[in-house]
Design a protein around this ligand. Sequence first.
Ligand code: P6P
Length: 332
Amino acid sequence: MAKTLVEHVRAGLDAERGAALAELFAALADAAKQIEARIRTAPLSDALGAFGHTNVQGEQQQKLDVFANDAVIGAMRALPSVGAVVSEEDDEPVVFEGKPDARFVVITDPLDGSSNLDVDVNVGTIVSVQAIVAGEDARAAALKPGTQQVAALYVNYGPATMLVYTVGKGTHAFTLRDGEFLLSGEHLAMPEQGPYYSVNEANAADFPQAVRSYLTKLRDGSMGAKYGSRYVGSFIADFHRTLLKGGVFLYPGTAKAPGGKLRLLYEANPLAMLAEQAGGKATTAGDANGGEVRRILEVVPTAPHVRTTLVIGSTAEVSAFGDVAAAAASQA
Ligand code: P6P
């Protein structure tokens, strides 16, 4: 019988930490199962469509965004170990009073890519976990760099419902069957080079010169491979493919989002940890003028909803971007 999520988390850690994280993951898995059940039959109910409120991101909240947010926050509220939740859907951290033993802050995009729900395309739940150091308040705990994450996970609501996690000891995949997340891939290894690049080509005219030069390099065969282009427009779907098949996903600066669109705390950081634990890499794409390329996990967050440019995937493609950007910067 394949290992369950809780068995796997416990097996990889010392008893005390394993128990604490297993309890947290079990609660997150329960929230994911509630979200999955609602998504699977959404077209038959009134669950789809806009909630009628714009969130802190300036995005039209979907009803399922609110449902997913309530599910995750409700599950975390019940755990003595979780002191607060920082959510894409809430302007400020949701702090749980009266939890003297709180040791984690959970940072989440409860339903990433929800604009795809109406057309039945994959969406995901993304979670980053930071430790609350004695005496630290939750907001400060959430604003630590990604190198200090205790755990990272996402749920991909696709043809299968898959949960992928790391606690810093490899990246592992589980598949939901009969209410249980069962081990379906252990110590995932991202290919060193892949067959796909993934970027919203509609923004190409806005990309910094370094990014345009890089895309030309991917297309003209000088990487020693013929690339295909894949872009779902749902980060978890595009990342999950990159994790399993290799290649690169980029969200550079654009005219609309010069500093990038994806959020550092609950999109880039958790997936960067998962990528690195699978042998991949994740960096910024430099700023709108090219600029310094930095390892995502070392970027120090300035605010809960700060955005970042992103290049994430196989070592060959992410390193090649760094070389192109460095060459461009030296000629500037
Ligand atoms: P664009 C979804 O809204 C999201 O946050 C990510 O899931 C996805 O990768 C990105 O935005 C897509 O953005 O500008 O290409 O539509």
